[in-house]
Ligand binder design. Sequence first.
Ligand code: HEM
Length: 332
Amino acid sequence: MWKSVATVLFTLSLVNPTFAAAQEAPANQKSLPEQIVDAFNAVYGAHPGARANHAKGVIVEGTFTPTVSAASVSKAAHFQKQKKPVPVTIRFSDAGGIPTVPDTNAIPRGMAVKFTLPDGAKTDMVLLSYNGFPVATAEEFRDFLLAIAASGPDAPKPTAFDNFLGAHPAAKAFVEAPNLQPVSFATQAYYGINAFKFTNAAGAVTFGRYQVLPVGGPKFLSKEQLAKMGQDYLVDEIGKRVRRSPAKLKLVLQIAGPGDKIDDPSIAWPDTRKKVELGTIAITKTTTESHTADKLLFLPGTVTAGIEAADPMIAIRSAAYPISFARRFKSQ
Ligand code: HEM
């Protein structure tokens, strides 16, 4: 899926000075998060004001209302009974580092959520529309991106990316996953992929992965419908939808079962695992924030008491996103 976007962009990447800079830099002297941001820039080029990945997006606002069962899982403030719903800021996005990528071909899509807790503190969730990840670790993710960057149209066959896919079945499954395009950013499911540890008021611990599921079920376009869509159809659609009525999605926690790996996001846990409904997200409005160069930073490791990172990939992600954030504004 990223391959299709990346393939189109190789020529761009190869003439982009950032690509050359990333190749010349002594990569082994850089931290792993910085190496990964360099690798994204090598695949997509650098675009002033844009994120290294998920560069194109749209920002909306709404509320989160917890269920009664949410408090049984975690003492986190937004999972307790509320006097009024918790405000949320959400950014939906297309995969890839090109801010003008057509919405018609940019999977997996992203959903980033920032909850404003009753005391004003923030807690985030950053999810993808794919249940799983191409690789198990952050090191392998760097290598996945470097293999894409090294496999341009003129690369001899088998390319570095062909070899990578041959050695990583989860990456092959990810690249070959059905290319479904949703009716709306709000009509598809999103997955937290990395596991978190949840502690309730009595001290009981649960390991789980978030899922955000559209109320009314997922809705995708047929090939014929997709052919009629413009390149910004998703970014344009969500505002119109929420002006008519709130778009609702359920936040669910998939609970780890015996033998489920906490530290390997490339393996989706079986769908038969117990799920606890945590609450409902209702998207009610768009924002005045720029959709092309916003100043928002969503961090998977920004969590509140009652939630802790369990998968080690979360710490690497939380170190990489601010590096991309700093680069967003560097050349402006
Ligand atoms: C080692 C693994 C990963 C690394 C290093 C990484 C790195 C990045 C970077 C550098 C950005 C741009 C951040 C910014 O400029 O604000 C980003 C954005 C994003 N990533 Fe990751 N990522 C990783 C794994 C994941 C996973 C597992 C998910 C989903 C569960 C995910 C979902 C997203 C989303 C949705 C965005 C856009 C966030 C926004 O709208 O601000 N990433 N990622």
